[in-house]
Design a protein around this ligand. Structure first.
Ligand code: FMN
Length: 307
């Protein structure tokens, strides 16, 4: 499957993926939980659940609700904290094969810097993905991702302490102009951009007259958001020269090719992992077969070739 290999250029060299299929943050646990559904080695990489310096309990329940073509969540970045991740989960992830990308979240620049510094020395971590786009927390999250100067500040702080690791910054679609934030992050030193996090959304129940989520507003993901994600990836890929990773409503090999066509170097599979946790492992082979059918020689040859 050599044609699936992707070499993503960044300031420190090339970020090499065996294939462009990654698991998205928050939908794949810390990776090890999905090992019983298929070989993690089949993936190009996986992004961990968002990690904070200290454990976080997340928001009150209910914090997940199904929608006609996707889901709403307000998990609120529940996670085991950096130290436990490094002690319990990281050593159980494969070393040679899928790239392990640590997704990080903090309320302030000092904590972002500490997360980056510690993870940059953690054996097995291949990259950092900075979450400045979570709609489900009181502090940090969207507050960093909706304002260009704040987004640049977080990017620069993480970049300063990230050592030899490439830094991906994950953008929110909940802004007027995503390219403004993208440019600010690129100028501040981001090596890649992940587009997109969830869209701000809400659900209600006419029988109980209640909000579906305890926190009322949450993030929409799944098939419903794919057109928004495609638009964002396309716009951002035009606006910056650093590579873009596509995420949002991707379920099939054809979805993956759509994102590569509009300019993505790789993609992340999120909500699809909840309905079919085994599905992601088949996607690289399905992508390869579809590329053969469509006479596509390599991901690089197809990327950004939208007429
Ligand atoms: C339950 C849930 C938890 C998530 N947690 C995180 C997270 O911790 N950090 C993050 O950057 N994105 C998180 N996301 C966003 C996803 O990684 C992804 O960007 C988004 O869901 C869009 O992709 P999808 O439609 O394929 O799910 C979460 C999404 C869901 C549904």
């Amino acid at each position: 499957m050599g044609k699936l290999a992707v070499n993503i250029p960044w300031s420190g060299g090339e970020f090499r993926l065996n294939n462009p299929v990654l698991a998205a943050s928050g939908t794949f646990g810390y990776g090890v939980e999905f090992a019983s559904y298929g070989p993690l080695e089949a993936l190009g990489g996986l992004v961990t659940k968002g990690l904070s310096l200290r454990p976080m309990p997340g928001n009150p329940m209910p914090r997940i609700a199904e929608t006609p073509c996707g889901m709403l969540n307000s998990i609120g970045l529940q996670n085991c904290g950096l130290e436990r991740f490094m002690r319990e989960y990281l050593p159980r992830l494969p070393r040679n094969g899928p790239k392990i990308i640590a997704n990080i979240y903090a309320r302030n620049l000092a904590d972002f810097s500490e997360l980056a510094a510690t993870l940059s020395r953690a054996p097995g971590v291949a990259a950092l993905e900075v979450n400045i786009s979570c709609p489900n927390v009181e502090a940090g999250g969207l507050l960093f991702g909706q304002e260009a100067r704040a987004a640049a500040g977080v990017t620069a702080a993480v970049k300063k302490f990230s050592g030899d690791l490439p830094v991906l910054v994950k953008l929110t679609p909940n802004v007027t102009d995503i390219t403004e934030i993208a440019r600010a992050c690129a100028d501040a030193g981001a090596d890649m951009l992940s587009c997109i996090n969830t869209l701000s959304g809400m659900g209600v129940d006419v029988r109980s007259r209640r909000f579906l989520l305890a926190r009322r507003i949450g993030g929409l993901s799944g098939a419903a958001v794919k057109p928004v994600a495609l638009r964002c990836v396309w716009q951002v890929a035009q606006a910056v020269s650093i590579p873009v990773i596509g995420v949002g409503g991707i379920y099939t090999a054809e979805d993956i090719l759509e994102f590569i066509l509009v300019g993505a170097w790789a993609v992340q599979i999120g909500t699809a992992n909840f309905s079919r946790p085994d599905r992601i492992f088949a996607l690289p082979a399905e992508l390869s077969a579809l590329m053969d059918e469509l006479d596509i020689a390599s991901c690089a040859a197809f990327r950004g070739t939208l007429a």
